[in-house]
Design a protein around this ligand. Structure first.
Ligand code: ADP
Ligand code: MG
Length: 661
């Protein structure tokens, strides 16, 4: 049953039009054609390569069929006078028109009253196109004859509303649309119907997860906002109106008795950290604990310092949890969290791996998340302890295109910080070849002489942290030579945590002018005085990553620049990426482009990819369906609950239907 269904949902790559037989005299080289002809002559030649040649003619012209693999039976079948159909691409050979390994038919059905296009499937090794076609045809036959039943799971009313054909009709036409429907399955209505249903199943499974989560009890954090007010008074600026709106949304969630599941998205530099701080204060004021998890050691360390500065005056203990701290320190941090002496824990994923126990954990903040899947997020809930479900606040590293957010994060509510703090000047971006290195060095010198600071990023050259570190070391040496009189510092992944931290602190204090770094500085790092970003080998990085790195500058009021340095020659795709970066600073625009260029897997990071591998749907061509799918999912939940389970079963299978952990 499953295997039949899999066959039926196997989407063709394209379609061939075999409904029209062409005359040889009218066929052009390069075309995929069907010809009907008679064998004139067959012979085996062994010039360079032993091959079977067969000349066929239809009265308007002749074509040579060429086979490199053949057996005696095939040779025998091509005897003189035999009529046959040849299907394949016509090429201009040295001795006139030829076809290489065409598909042959010796008898064929009478002209069909309803002619259909022929599917060409993606095949895997060992499974021949013709075999696959035969298997699918057999499955379709069983469907027609009623041996196999594909229940209609999208109710009539919704099919009408969203203009969807019935499932059986869609499946039939997926494997043999009428001529004129075009030969691209992406645009085919039948495929779109199936994609709709698949996205619907996905959406329902996420909504189900969300519903389950909402049924759990969470501590209602009804703080007066007294601590928040004291905290905000210590800041040299006030919240942007977007920050105010989003933090109010968060506060409302926290005050309800169900676990918050909220995604906060905002461009780099939009001030997401403050949203986390305010949420943490609500937890602390209500007598609970909060935990903040960052994706890298460097960022976690930076947050630790920031939050210590912010929270110490309020008398709030902050504990540091990392995989790389010494045993004694780690024990002390754990003890502080276990007895409740520390109200806030900050760390990397070690927070949730080590046996860290919390006295009263009520809030988990995941910062700059783009690498965690839904399952991992669910696993974090377990940390709440008996009877306590912690609230979850997830903050994205870069904006996520709306369609993608609605699909990948459908179990979360979404808030957007769609405004940058005032007084920022947009980063000016230039793209240049590495041959202009001396010019780049001059720019660094001049920026530093004006009291500014610069990053020089050497991205991963091979999949090796060691090689990357070596490249960064070499670059630092070169720059020290070229920039005598300036202080050049270095951070990379192979340094010890305290060494990295020391370099970052010196950079922050202005003791280092130029920080040579690997992509460890990719996310979150905040040094407002740095105004020049140089990214070497920029052609190797994806859009989101480049945008993140660029986001390290332009954080102060000073005009900032980013130089994207590439090693020629530049591929078309890389040129398009760099061009996009040069043209816009808007993370939402960049995210949309990234989705179009690389697809959802790359935009969301590897973890999410598994979840978003669809059989039929493709978020690039089906993005426009997402809103309707979401609406339909809501209607299904309200009015046709009985159809939800079979729908999940059909598309996600028994085990994953509810994405259970
Ligand atoms: P991101 O959204 O990238 O995590 P951060 O939280 O690191 O951004 O904030 C970027 C910088 O902007 C920080 O230096 C922060 O102190 C500053 N900032 C945040 N909110 C405001 C604001 N409302 N007004 C001025 N500066 C702000
Ligand atoms: Mg941040």
């Amino acid at each position: 049953m499953t295997r039949l269904l899999d066959l039926l949902l196997h989407v063709p790559l394209r379609y061939q039009d075999r409904t029209r037989v062409v005359r040889i005299g009218e066929a052009r080289a390069g075309e995929s054609v069907v010809i009907e002809a008679e064998v004139e002559h067959t012979s085996v030649v062994s010039r360079r390569r032993r091959s079977l040649l067969c000349r066929v003619a239809d009265g308007t012209g002749s074509v040579t069929l060429r086979f490199f693999h053949f057996n005696a039976g095939q040779r025998e079948a091509l005897r003189r006078g035999r009529r046959l159909r040849c299907i394949g691409e016509l090429r201009a050979g040295s001795g006139g028109a030829e076809m290489i390994h065409p598909e042959l038919q010796f008898d064929w059905p009478p002209p069909d009253s309803a002619p259909r296009l022929t599917p060409v499937y993606p095949t895997t090794e060992g499974l021949h196109q013709l075999t696959l076609r035969r298997l699918v045809a057999a499955a379709l036959k069983r469907l027609t004859e009623g041996e196999l039943v594909l229940e209609e799971l999208v109710p009539q009313s919704m099919r009408e509303r969203f203009a969807l054909p019935g499932i059986a009709e869609a499946v039939h036409s997926l494997h043999g649309p009428a001529p004129g429907a075009g030969t691209d399955p992406n645009t085919l209505n039948a495929r779109r119907r199936l994609a709709f249903e698949e996205l619907l199943a996905h959406s329902l499974s996420m909504l189900t997860l969300r519903e389950q989560a909402r049924q759990l009890a969470a501590p209602a954090l009804r703080s007066e906002g007294e601590m928040a007010a004291r905290f905000l008074a210590t800041l040299p600026f006030s919240l942007t109106s977007a920050q105010q709106r989003v933090s109010a949304e968060v506060a409302r969630d926290l005050a309800a008795g169900q676990p918050m599941l909220r995604l906060v998205q905002g461009d780099v530099g939009s001030g997401k950290t403050l949203i986390a701080a305010l949420a943490a204060l609500a937890a602390v004021e209500s007598g609970y604990q909060a935990a903040l998890m960052a994706p890298t050691e460097l960022l976690a360390e930076q947050h630790f310092r920031t939050f210590c500065d912010w929270f110490a005056p309020l008398g709030i203990g902050v504990a540091w949890v990392s995989g790389k701290t010494g045993a004694a320190e780690r024990r002390a941090a754990r003890e502080a969290l276990r007895c409740g002496e520390a109200a806030l824990a900050i760390g990397t994923h070690a927070l949730f791996q080590n046996p860290v126990e919390f006295a009263r954990l009520a809030l988990i903040v995941i910062d700059e998340q783009h690498r965690f899947g839904v399952h991992q997020r669910l696993a974090l809930r377990e940390k709440g302890g008996p009877g306590l479900q912690p609230h979850q606040l997830v903050m994205t590293a870069t904006p996520i295109p709306r369609t993608l957010a609605m699909t990948a994060y459908a179990d979360l509510d979404c808030s957007s910080i769609d405004e940058l703090p005032p007084g920022r000047t947009p980063v000016r971006t230039a793209v240049l070849s590495q041959e202009r290195r001396s010019e780049i060095v001059r720019r660094i010198r001049s920026a530093c002489q004006q009291g500014r600071q610069a990053y020089w990023v050497c991205p991963l050259i091979e999949e090796s942290e060691l090689l990357e570190a070596q490249a960064a070391e070499q670059t630092a040496d070169l720059l020290r030579e070229a920039l005598s009189g300036l202080n050049v510092g270095l951070v990379h992944g192979r340094l010890r945590a305290d060494e990295k931290d020391r370099a970052m602190q010196r950079f922050k204090r202005g003791e280092i002018d130029v920080l040579v770094a690997t992509t460890v500085v990719e996310v979150g790092v905040d040094v407002p005085n740095a105004s020049l970003m140089i990214i070497e080998n920029a052609e190797r990085l994806g859009l989101a990553q480049l945008h993140q790195l660029r986001g390290r500058v332009g954080r102060g009021a000073e005009a900032s620049s980013c130089l994207l340095v590439y090693k020629p020659p530049l591929s078309e795709a890389a040129r398009a990426r760099l061009q996009t970066l040069r043209d816009t600073n808007d993370g939402f625009v960049i995210a949309e482009k990234d989705l179009q260029m690389r697809g959802p897997g790359e935009v969301l990071g590897t973890r999410q990819t598994g979840q978003l591998t669809f059989r039929v749907a493709d978020l690039r061509s089906d993005a426009d369906l997402v809103a309707a799918v979401r609406e339909c999912a809501g209607l299904m939940q309200d009015r046709h609950r009985e159809l939800v389970a079979p729908l999940l079963q059909r598309w996600l299978g028994e085990r994953e239907a509810y994405a259970g952990v």
